[in-house]
Design a protein around this ligand. Structure first.
Ligand code: PRP
Length: 183
């Protein structure tokens, strides 16, 4: 692939990701099979690939909705200020909400969104993230379901971007520093 040349190291192959996503799906299915009114909320844009794969491993009826959020001052550190670019389409009062993320990093995004959504009186809120980067945590947010704990490196692919590119890379890799470092 043309994008391969910008990747220093493959962290998780397509096969490894698929295996893990299936396991998370089975875990969530066990926990939610008796629940009605479940809604998966994907946090755009990074979650779109994980959402598509995870949702097809859930063996119970659920709704799918999306929010788009972005934080200012991303890069080496995030400012903690979150902007909602797109809100949910439908109400969530009384619903069992599962927030679906590609990565839990500082925790600023999910801390903010959890608070906003809790105010709408859902029956419950849980977090499913493919990647967890606990070294960078600023807010005390923990994932109820996670795929992999990743080191503090610049990871891209499977929904994760650098400057809006590499989201369509089918695996997760570490970006070569020369791609994002200015000479
Ligand atoms: C990324 C990612 C999470 C968030 C995690 O989104 O998708 O939403 O950062 O970081 P945090 O835990 O430090 O808040 P980003 O704001 O880059 O937008 P994107 O999903 O469109 O890539």
């Amino acid at each position: 692939m043309r994008m391969d040349r910008d990747i220093a190291e493959v962290l998780y192959t397509q096969e490894e990701i698929q295996r893990r996503v299936a396991q998370i799906g089975a875990e969530i299915t066990r926990d939610y099979q008796d629940k009605d009114n479940v809604v998966l909320v994907g946090i755009l844009r990074g979650s779109y690939v994980f959402m598509a794969d995870l949702s097809r491993h859930l063996d119970f009826p659920c709704r799918i909705d999306f929010m788009a959020a972005s934080s200012y001052g991303k890069g080496t550190s995030s400012s903690g200020q979150i902007e909602i670019k797109k809100d949910l389409t439908d109400p969530i009062n009384g619903a069992h909400v599962i927030l679906v993320e590609d990565i839990l990093d500082s925790g600023n995004t999910l801390d903010y969104l959890s608070k906003i959504l809790t105010a709408r009186n859902p029956a419950s809120i849980r977090i499913a993230t493919l990647l967890d980067k606990p070294e960078r945590r600023v807010k005390s947010v923990t994932a109820d379901y996670y795929g992999f704990v990743v080191p503090d490196a610049f990871v891209v692919g499977y929904g994760l971007d650098y400057a809006e590119h590499y989201r369509n890379l089918p695996y997760i890799g570490i970006l070569k520093p020369e791609v994002y470092e200015t000479p």
